[in-house]
Design a protein around this ligand. Structure first.
Ligand code: GLP
Length: 241
């Protein structure tokens, strides 16, 4: 079930996301599902400010990230490992041992998928943060991904690589071709989900997610079956609704 909130600015959208995060953070040991990309950065800024100003502690928090590129090392400046440390983890007090990020390097990434899913299954995510790709992907589950998928390897669509080229000197050739990602069924296990989408280039994907029949052509449409999803939009992303 969708609760749709439309705000005027990205900052207001981020504040709404933070309010939901803040509520979940009142639990004793929250388990957070975290996302990369531009969409959650404003939320992460609010979390950092709240940690520094109000002392909200992440010592008992466990985190699981959605995805990671394959073919660049963890230490690469555009790895999702680096992104999460730069944009959140280095600024709060979450213990490094409590952080889980899929591993896109090593001899056997298939095994990394199984290991990640096994660890994930030991927990129940209290709040999963999502963005949405312009082709309707969530995490790195591209169109056509089965709804019952668990953590797996995904070949990225050209559109996704184009969208993400801005992080790689605007050069699509530098964007990895594959990624390791939580599956759609892995994501659906979360108790509560927020999905953040801003800007006109998300309007079609948002429309398909909310208004078209559930279909693997729009991976985000699986969220129609989830009991507790808050969709946080700006006017542009909501413009086709
Ligand atoms: C990326 C990530 C997704 C993200 C999406 C949108 O490729 N794998 O997790 O939600 O694309 O990114 P952005 O928020 O930068 O628009």
């Amino acid at each position: 079930m969708f609760n749709i909130i439309v705000k005027d600015t990205y900052d207001e959208v981020s504040l709404e996301a933070f309010k939901i995060m803040h509520e979940v953070m009142q639990k004793d040991s929250p388990v957070l599902g975290l996302a990369t990309g531009s969409s959650p950065v404003g939320l992460y800024k609010y979390m950092i400010r709240d940690h520094k100003d109000n002392g909200t502690s992440y010592k008992n928090v466990v985190t699981f990230n959605l995805d990671e590129y394959i073919g660049i090392p963890k230490s690469h400046e555009q790895s999702y490992y680096t992104f999460m440390h730069d944009n959140l983890f280095n600024e709060i007090d979450v213990p490094e041992d409590n952080i889980h990020i899929p591993l896109g390097e090593g001899d056997d990434v298939e095994k990394n998928c199984l290991d990640y899913e096994e660890e994930l299954q030991k927990y129940e995510i209290d709040l999963q943060v999502l963005g949405i790709g312009s082709d309707g992907h969530i995490a790195f589950n591209e169109p056509g991904t089965p709804f019952d998928s668990l953590t797996h390897i995904m070949e990225l669509e050209e559109q996704t690589r184009k969208d993400n080229a801005r992080f790689f000197d605007d050069d699509i050739n530098q964007v990895p071709t594959h990624a390791i990602t939580m599956g759609l069924a892995s994501i659906m296990r979360a108790k509560k989900i927020i999905i953040i989408a801003t800007g006109a280039n998300k309007a079609d994907a948002v429309y398909s997610m909310l208004k078209e029949d559930k279909n693997v052509a729009c991976p985000a449409s699986i969220l129609q079956d989830h009991p507790d999803v808050t969709v946080l939009l700006d006017q542009e992303a909501a413009s086709k609704l």
